[in-house]
Design a protein around this ligand. Structure first.
Ligand SMILES: Nc1nc2c(ncn2[C@@H]2O[C@H](COP(=O)(O)OP(=O)(O)OP(=O)(O)O)[C@@H](O)[C@H]2O)c(=O)[nH]1
Length: 383
């Protein structure tokens, strides 16, 4: 009977459903409970052991799916503290529960309050404290440990975030530029989960690129896969925008948007989702330059693309951002033919290096100012 059920269930799975059933997991709910405090021994003034606590530690290379598989019932409980006894007046402390979570996880409580942002390897946080042991203060009755449901939200950490509407050629680029092996097809939404690729250089330097799929007009308001992937952009240092030089049409029901309108639409999506994203350095790739007529389109749009504020008056009202992006570099490319891919690699590296150098200068300046404040006017002169 069970076999028959399994067979029937299997046969109802369509290829389309199988395609959209993503393996990528970026949120997880867990119930965590600290251990109960052990009871005290009133006769001898004995104190019960404190309950163990539950804590998370960030580890590189882990995934939320793996964590979910390891914790099948999504519950974690630390052990109770030992009761005080004649032979052991001070009860032993309960054993803590150490849970390894993927790097980049943010931990929220039921009220959506951020408890911890674990974005460094080995960063840790206690999510459920153990109950205090029984003592004079609590009538020698051990207290229960903290108990709560926590929400783990994974935000990918990558150097570069690849942003573009479906079918722009993001996966093709990622494949040409990095070690990733994304799926490529001539229909939108081929990529249904973020892909991370590593770009390697001859001097062994490497940078990571995240392809963030599913972005469509209205994603900020959670249309399509909306927020699910937009949130990953927050932790990238550089935004790499990609548009099809011939524009994009989501479906026959939607209007065809030319290349410039698509740039404005991406600009607006990001602005509506989080305006601070527009402050990130960005590079623009105009793809599919190998196709006939591409050069002419580029020639016509060049002045508006170079300075987006030039084309704003002609931009449709619903796509008009209040603040326009300022691209550090604009590169016409053909991801399919790997044309100018070496330049893309070089520009990404240079821009990231410039950024790192800027950070170093500001960090040094801040350090100097702090030292100057501490040393005051009498101390040695800091140059
Ligand atoms: N002519 C031409 N076609 C390209 C180029 N780059 C990508 N394509 C084609 O455009 C289609 C979409 O490419 P993808 O790389 O899957 O696009 P995507 O942006 O990852 O699409 P989603 O997975 O829907 O997000 C495929 O048929 C590619 O072969 C290019 O430089 N020139």
């Amino acid at each position: 009977m069970v076999q028959l059920f399994k067979f029937l269930l299997k046969s109802t799975k369509s290829p389309a459903r199988a395609h959209f059933r993503s393996n990528f997991l970026d949120t997880l709910r867990l119930t965590v409970r600290g251990g109960h405090g052990g009871n005290g021994l009133p006769k001898y003034g004995g104190v019960g052991g404190q309950g163990g606590c539950v804590y998370f530690v960030a580890k590189e290379g882990l995934t939320l799916r793996k964590l979910a598989q390891n914790l099948r019932d999504k519950r974690v409980q630390a052990t109770s503290g030992e009761d005080s006894s004649k032979v052991s007046i001070f009860g032993r402390r309960g054993v803590d529960q150490r849970i390894e979570v993927p790097l980049g996880v943010q931990v929220y409580d039921e009220q959506q309050k951020l408890l911890a942002d674990l974005n460094e390897h080995e960063a840790s946080c206690i999510v459920a404290g153990g109950g205090t042991g029984g003592c004079t203060g609590n009538n020698f009755l051990g207290r229960p440990g903290e108990s709560r449901t926590v929400h783990l939200d994974l935000k990918l950490i990558a150097d570069v975030g690849l942003v573009g509407f479906p079918n722009a050629g993001k996966s093709t680029l990622l494949k040409a530029i990095s070690n990733a092996k994304p799926k490529i097809a001539a229909y939108p939404f081929t990529t249904i989960r973020p892909q991370i690729g590593t770009v390697e250089y001859s001097d062994l330097r490497s940078i990571s690129i995240a392809d963030l799929p599913g972005l469509i007009e209205g994603a900020h308001a959670n249309f399509g896969m909306g927020h699910k992937f937009l949130k990953h952009i927050e932790r990238t240092r550089l935004l790499l925008f990609m548009v099809d030089i011939f524009g994009f049409q989501l479906s026959p029901r939607h209007p065809h948007r030319d290349c410039l309108s698509n740039i404005y639409a991406l600009n607006k999506e990001l602005e509506l989702y989080d305006p601070t994203l527009l402050e990130k350095p960005c590079v623009l790739l105009l793809n599919k330059m190998d196709k006939e007529g591409a050069k002419q389109i580029l020639q016509n749009l060049k002045p508006s693309i170079k300075d987006l504020s030039n084309g704003l008056p002609a931009c449709p009202e619903e796509l008009r951002p209040s603040r326009v992006l300022k691209f550090k570099h604009i590169l016409p490319i053909s991801a399919k033919n790997s044309a100018r891919i070496t330049q893309v690699k070089q520009q990404l590296r240079e821009t990231l290096d410039e950024l790192a150098a800027q950070h170093l200068v500001t960090d040094n300046q801040q350090l100097k100012e702090q030292l100057q404040q501490r040393v005051g006017v009498i101390g040695p002169k800091i140059t």
